[in-house]
Each structure stands twice: as C-alpha cells, then as structure tokens.
Design a protein around this ligand. Structure first.
Ligand code: ME8
Length: 518
C-alpha cells in the first residue's frame, strides 16, 4: 500500500452558457475515478470541480436569455452542480468564479504579477473568438475563422498584457525537467513545439464589456476570462492565504484534467502566470481526447449533443462509467455508439463479470447453505488464481497514477477471464457430487477472487461493486485497498445474503443493424 499523501486534482470549470453534455461528464468522470481510487488507497484527496461564469460568451448568452448576467449564471450553474450526485462524482468542493472568495484570489494574483512588472498597460488590436474566449493571430485564421471554426471579431481596445514572451525559455526548461508535466506524450510534443515557435505577450484585460473580475486599481478594465478562470484552482485551496493549511497541504495541484482543446491555457499560460508570481506550478496536466456521436462531430447545430443523464437512464450509471473509461485508450478520441455501448455492457459486464459473480454466489447458496465455504488444502491452480487477484492492485495502481484507465480495466478483466476459465476447469457443480470439500475450496477461492475484483473496480463502477461486496458480507470499513490480500480474507461460515444480479443485460429487440458488430 502506498504511503499517505495529499493529492489535489481538478476538472476544468465549465462555461455556463449551456447545459452539461457528455464532454463535461467525461472530464469529471476521469477525475472522479482517480479521486475514488486514491481515497481507497489511503491518500488525502481533494477533488475540485465548478463553473466558469465570467466572460463575453456567458454575458452574450445571458443577453439572449433576456436576464441579468448574475441571474443567468445562478440558474445555469445549477445543472452542473447537480451532475455530481447524478453521475456519482465525489468532488469535495464546487467553485463558482462569481464567488467572493474567487474574485479576491484572482485580484491578488493580478497584484502579484503587477508588483513584479509582469503586467503592463498597452493596447490590443487583433482577432478574438468569443466562442473560444481566445485571441488569435492573423496567421492562425483559416478562411476568416478561428482554427476551431469559431467566428472571430476584430477587437481594438486598451489592454493590459502579461509578459509571456519572457517565459519561453523558462517554460521549455520546465517541460524538460518535468517530463510528466504534460500527458499524453503526443500532446507534450505539440506544446513544446508551440512554445519553441515563439511566444508573444498575452492580452489579459478587456474594456469593451463589464462581466468579469475588475482589474485592481483600474476600473476601466476587467480581467481576461482565462486568467480569472485558471486562478480557481488556487482559490479553492485558500489562495491568497498561502499560509493556510489547505494551501500548504494541497498546492501545487497534482493533476489538472482537461480536454485537448484547452491544453495550451493549462500547460503554457498557467505555469507562466504562476512562475511569474513566484508560485509553484501544478505537477501535471492531462489532456484527454474528444468524443464523437455515431461517427459524427458533436455540435449543437447538428443537434447530436449527448445528454449524460439520458445515457444513464438508457444503459445505467455504472455501465456508462465503465464504457467511457474502457472503450478508448485514455487520451485518444473516441466514438460513442449505441452498439459499442451495448457490446461493453453485455459482453464485459453482464457476461464476463456479472455471470461469474452470479454463478459463484448461487452455488454457495445451494451447496454451502449460503455461508462462506471452508477452504481445504490449496492446489496450484487455486494458488495461481488467488495470487493473480491479490497482486492486481500493483498494475492497476500504476495505471491509475498515469491516468491509463483502459489499462487498469484491461488488467482487471484479465483476472475476470482467468476466473471464468478456472470455474469451467474446476467445475464445482460436478465436484459437489464427488468431493464436497474440494468444491467448497474452489468456491472459497472464487469468492475471494470476486472480493478482490469488486474492491479494485469500485472507483469505476461504485454501485455494482458495492452490491457485490454487500453480497459477500464485507463490512463498509473493510472495502479499502488496505484489505487486499489475506488480511481481509472472507471468514468461513459467514452467512451471506440472498444473491441478486448486479450487471443486467441490455435487451432491445431492434438494435440498429450494421454498426459496431461483435
Ligand atoms: O473550456 N468530448 O469550458 P467548457 C470530450 N471554461 N470532451 C469534450 C467534448 C467532447 N465532445 N466537448 C467538450 C472551458 N469537451 C473553460 C475551462 S478551466 C480553467 C476553464 C470537454 O465548458 C472540453 O475539452 O467549454 C473541456 O475539457 C470541457 O469539456 C468543456 O469545457
């Protein structure tokens, strides 16, 4: 078991111009699974999510809705807050950038930068995309639009600038000295070549609208929404109170999880702001990929935006969590399709794992009076399977710490499959008739293997794992990774509750044909 340490991890804070979609759920889920894992592993975890409520995009959406910006963000942040209980996110805090604690933090960071001559007053003349809340150079435009396809507008206004150009060499040596700072590796290379290409000073204030954090000592300006937003990560651990116990314990953040579209803000601007203010930069930024829907780019105009709550209703919560973390190597883009979802749900979950649990628990009911069986002398096959389950935590931990969720699940399923091979080879239903003691030993081994599988799968499918552990009569206090191995072994004779299925099959008469396949 790893030693206790503090681990602070964050999702991006989400724009409240729209309601939550699969992209938001995905970023948060990736954090939630890791947060749950680390807590089970004995770490002191702080997991933050929240909403990004300033800027022109939100102001524009409020205008379109015909209400004040403040009432708009109060209303629109709610569905993001409500996403956590609906998808089982275990965030410890939910931050809104319109909160007083955050405004104070953002203004303090500004003052620190200004005091160090990292910010100067000038004027901006160039392109701005409200949808991306991003400045673009003329050379970046493609057919008169941002590289993301967002429309751009010409902006000319007085502006403060952050001396980003000064930080190019320091950033490059920082990436060099901290090879794990940006993941995955392909993204790291992209960021490095972007920085090598040369950095220009960054406009960090606006004067043409009012919905933002006021710039200290200059009422005409509000802070650029990205500088405001990035600071949320420090606000939530007590900044500007750098002597507070939370700040000391949790800063620098161990991980900022982001989508690939917002990596540059987190891996270039953010560490530069922090280094310039003489504050430690975060330890790692992981940029995950994007989901398409049945092969098509997800967009409001196409009308194929995926509501995570609808998916939960259709397939189940644990099923969705498992699918999203298993279907694509984390970091790559992925495609959501009904057929792929059903394949995972019925194949991996119902057939491989669910059946195993059900068969074993049903046999224990039938042959052992519903009590944990008594194991006799172990044979090689018993020892081998048991050991593979007991040792599973090592590769799984390694994968989680690299955010390689798909690898962790692959490792777990290797043991699920070995257990299925073992049950068929040992055939306890036959043994029962000729050697009841041997049947009891086999069932004990299988129950112990299932206990281990349920323990390590908890971060991904918490509800189903909880049900399995209930059915093995494992106390709530005995569900952490410290109970892995003989120390937490099931006690023979313990009465088990009546078993019931944990991973239902998806049944539908008309699955769209011709897609996905087996
Ligand atoms: O960017 N697949 O907010 P946001 C996967 N406020 N992920 C997706 C996705 C898709 N199809 N679509 C969006 C912001 N995302 C800023 C962050 S942090 C200081 C400020 C992801 O509401 C996207 O990559 O636009 C990002 O991580 C999040 O969902 C949406 O963020």
């Amino acid at each position: 078991m790893a030693t206790t340490q503090s681990y602070y991890l964050t999702t991006p804070i989400y724009y409240v111009n729209d309601k939550p979609h699969i992209g938001h759920a995905y970023t948060s889920l990736a954090c939630d699974a890791l947060a749950r894992f680390l807590r089970l592993d004995g770490d002191d975890v702080k997991f933050l999510t929240g909403t990004d409520e300033h800027g022109q995009k939100v102001e524009k959406a409020a205008k379109e809705a015909g209400i004040s910006a403040q009432s708009f963000v109060d209303k629109m942040s709610q569905p993001f807050r409500a996403l956590s209980p609906a998808i089982g996110f275990t965030n410890d805090d939910f931050i809104r950038t319109t909160e007083a604690r955050h405004i104070a933090a953002a203004q303090q960071l500004w003052r620190e930068l200004r005091a160090r001559d990292q910010i100067y007053l000038g004027s901006y003349a160039g392109w701005y995309a409200v949808r991306d809340e991003t400045y673009y150079a003329e050379s970046e435009l493609i057919d008169g639009a941002a590289p993301t396809g967002a429309p751009v507008e010409w902006v000319e206004e007085p502006s403060y600038f952050f001396r980003l150009s000064r930080w190019q060499d320091r950033l490059l040596s920082f990436y060099d000295e901290n090879p794990d700072f940006i993941a995955p590796a392909t993204r790291r290379n992209e960021v490095i070549s972007f920085v090598r290409g040369g950095l220009t000073d960054l406009s960090v204030s606006r004067t043409s609208f009012r919905w933002g954090v006021p710039v200290p000592d200059d009422d005409a300006h509000i802070m650029y929404v990205w500088m405001d937003a990035l600071t949320n990560y420090m606000t939530a651990v007590g900044y500007p109170h750098t002597d507070s116990s939370d700040f000391k314990k949790y800063w620098p953040a161990r991980l900022h999880m982001v989508g690939k579209d917002i990596l540059r803000f987190h891996a270039v601007f953010w560490p530069a702001f922090l280094m310039a203010a003489e504050i430690d930069p975060p330890k790692r930024v992981f940029a995950h990929g994007w989901w398409t829907n049945e092969g098509e780019k997800i967009s409001k105009t196409v009308g194929n935006v995926i509501d995570p709550l609808v998916l939960i209703d259709t397939y189940g919560l644990d099923q969705l969590r498992y699918f999203l973390l298993r279907e694509v190597p984390f970091g790559n883009d992925g495609d959501f399709s009904h057929q792929a979802m059903v394949n995972r749900m019925n194949g991996d979950l119902a057939n491989d794992f669910g059946n195993l649990v059900q068969r074993v628990l049903a046999m224990i009911q039938r042959y052992c009076d519903g009590r944990v069986p008594l194991a006799g002398p172990l044979e090689d096959a018993d020892e081998a399977l048991l050991r593979s389950a007991q040792n599973l935590i090592t590769p799984v931990r390694d994968a989680f710490l690299r955010q390689a969720y798909h690898e962790a699940l692959d490792d777990i399923w290797r043991v699920v499959r070995s257990a299925n091979v073992y049950i068929d080879q040992q055939a306890p239903w036959k043994l029962q008739k000729i050697d009841a003691n041997r049947a009891a030993t086999v069932l004990y081994i299988l129950a112990e293997v299932i206990r281990h599988l349920a323990l390590v799968i908890q971060p991904v499918t918490p509800t189903a794992a909880g049900k399995i552990l209930d059915q093995l009569a494992v106390n709530l206090a005995d569900r952490t990774f410290s109970r892995i191995g003989p120390v937490g072994a099931l006690e023979s004779g313990t009465l088990l509750p009546e078993p019931s299925g944990v991973f239902p099959r998806f049944t539908e008469l008309s699955i769209p044909s011709g897609e996905g396949g087996g």
